[in-house]
Design a protein around this ligand. Structure first.
Ligand SMILES: C[S@@+](CC[C@H](N)C(=O)[O-])C[C@H]1O[C@@H](n2cnc3c(N)ncnc32)[C@H](O)[C@@H]1O
Length: 503
């Protein structure tokens, strides 16, 4: 059995509720733990939600139930700035909570990362001092106390504490505290706990709110490589909790009905597509949709080759955003219905939908599939070769808009079927180019155009929602096609696809 707890996900409607609920959870946890353990060590995080959580702790009458004299506060990371700088996590935490606790929390229990000063002239010196502070509070023979609860924010790039994608600090095995001199997020000088401390914590709680975190959250929960998504490596020995608002969770797979008894969790292992931005349907409805998909799975009877392609994508750490098997079958049926020989796909990922399309073609058929990521394309090529359809698939790597322009310039044979399933921001452009590459009778399928119902909100902040809205607006007045859009519910949540037939 793994010495680390597999992640559990808890969803809240928005950032405000997330902060309040995390505060309530923290207070309850501290009270429970204090019935059998002392002192407790809590590692705090900065950031908007982290600080709002501390404010909510301060505002809660339940804070009086905690014996703060037996709680030590630490920080997962700190910006290396002078004492009192408003950008220091310490300053924000003092204003939000520590000052409000007053004498209840002894000053000696508060362990900020040293600020910039004459005595601590650089981040290395601060890291050394923090290492010593940890050692001074460790049990005999240990180098640091074991955090009871370690809170972390998650950056839009997937960073946690000040451990950023691609940095050597991610691989630190020995040092418990490191200096970061070139942070991609200002200020450049920072001090951070390392994974050896984070992963020693009994409970790691990752707290994230907002659509800008959604992709990183999805990658983290899908077990992405820590080099690209550091959050994926943040796990506790007893519990790993991802505390999210709905916007941050919008790219997660739909709930697995068997995975979670209380309706709050989401299992990161299901096959899924995209968003839950506007979803107001509730966990019960989502569980029912997923159960109906399970019940109907025998009709689709996913072929072994398709499952192998999906497994290879998961094994390579690709995000879990391929079409579901029933949607793959729909693509196959459409390809066969129009007698497709030439298929264009925008958005390859690991080649799952590509497989469904390719195997539906005659032996001289071709799928041209466009993918931005060389890594995704490599996984897809290998899987499609192994499945015996590689000779029918041409994977073109690069931004889809450029690949489409190149196809237009090549002026080749028109496509019979087009499947558009990549980034949504440029959806209208992709469909416009696809229509240029079509002939009368060509079918165009455009995925994920309902996005949990978020598309009805004209001012929705998510650029993907705005991309879909621009596409729908253009579609409504496009004389080149007969079009419909169908809403769907299922294991992927509430979404929908557009079906266009070229006149
Ligand atoms: C939803 S996934 C595709 C899933 C795939 N069609 C399936 O069902 O198996 C979207 C893919 O589009 C790719 N993508 C994102 N932006 C792109 C762009 N500008 N150009 C080309 N591909 C892009 C992503 O890297 C990702 O692999």
């Amino acid at each position: 059995m793994s010495p680390h707890a597999s992640p559990e996900v808890v969803l809240h409607p928005d950032a405000e509720v997330l902060a309040a609920a995390t505060a309530a959870r923290l207070l309850t946890r501290l009270v429970d733990l204090q019935s059998h353990r002392a002192p407790l060590h809590v590692v705090l995080t900065g950031g908007t939600v982290g600080t709002a959580t501390l404010r909510a702790v301060a505002a809660s009458p339940a804070r009086a139930a905690v014996d703060w004299s037996q709680v030590h506060l630490w920080w997962g990371d700190e910006r290396f700035l002078p004492d009192g700088d408003p950008d220091r996590n310490e300053t924000q935490a003092r204003e939000a909570l520590v000052d409000a606790l007053g004498d209840a929390l002894p000053a000696a229990n508060v362990h900020p990362v040293p600020a910039r000063s004459d005595a601590v002239p650089d981040a290395d010196a601060a890291a050394r001092a923090y290492r010593a502070e940890l050692a001074a509070h460790a049990r005999e023979g240990a180098r640091a106390p074991v955090p009871d609860v370690l809170l972390l924010g998650v950056g839009p790039d997937g960073h946690v504490a000040s451990l950023f994608p691609g940095k050597q600090t991610l691989h630190e095995q020995r040092d418990l505290v490191v200096a970061e001199h070139d942070s991609p997020k200002p200020p450049p000088e920072r001090v951070s706990l390392t994974f050896p401390v984070i992963r020693s914590a009994r409970e790691v709680w990752l707290v994230a709110a907002g659509a800008e975190k959604a992709a990183a959250v999805a990658r983290g929960l899908a077990g992405d490589d820590v080099t690209t998504t550091p959050a994926a490596g943040a796990v506790g020995t007893e519990r790993t909790l991802w505390l999210l608002d709905v916007a941050a969770a919008q790219d997660l797979p739909a709930a697995d009905p068997a995975a979670d008894g209380d309706g709050t969790g989401r299992d990161g292992t299901g096959r899924d597509g995209t968003s839950h931005e506007g979803t107001g349907a509730g966990a019960d409805a989502e569980r029912l949709w997923a159960r109906v998909d399970d019940y109907l799975a025998a009709v689709v009877d996913e072929p072994a080759d398709a499952a192998t392609v999906a497994a290879a994508a998961a094994g390579s750490g690709l995000p879990d955003i391929a079409v579901a098997p029933n949607q793959g079958r729909l693509l196959e049926i459409l390809a066969r219905a129009v007698g497709a020989r030439r298929v264009l796909e925008v958005g390859t990922l690991g080649g799952y939908s590509t497989w469904w399309l390719a195997q539906a073609l005659p032996s001289d058929g071709t799928v041209v599939t466009l993918e931005l990521s060389e890594a995704h394309a490599a996984v897809a090529r290998a899987s499609l070769d192994a499945a015996g359809v590689g000779d029918r698939v041409e994977v073109r790597v690069g931004p889809a808009a450029e690949s489409l322009d190149a196809l237009v310039a090549e002026d080749g044979e028109p496509f019979d079927l087009v499947f558009v399933d990549a980034d949504k921001e440029r959806l209208a452009t992709y469909v416009d180019r696809a229509l240029t590459l079509s002939r009368p009778g060509t079918l165009v399928v455009v995925d994920n155009v309902v996005r949990g119902g978020a598309v009805v909100q004209p001012d929705h902040p998510d650029t993907r929602v705005q991309g879909v809205r621009a596409f729908v607006a253009a579609l409504a007045r496009d004389p080149r096609v007969d079009a419909t859009v169908l809403q769907t519910v299922g294991a992927k949540g509430h979404d929908g696809f557009a079906l266009l037939r070229v006149r």
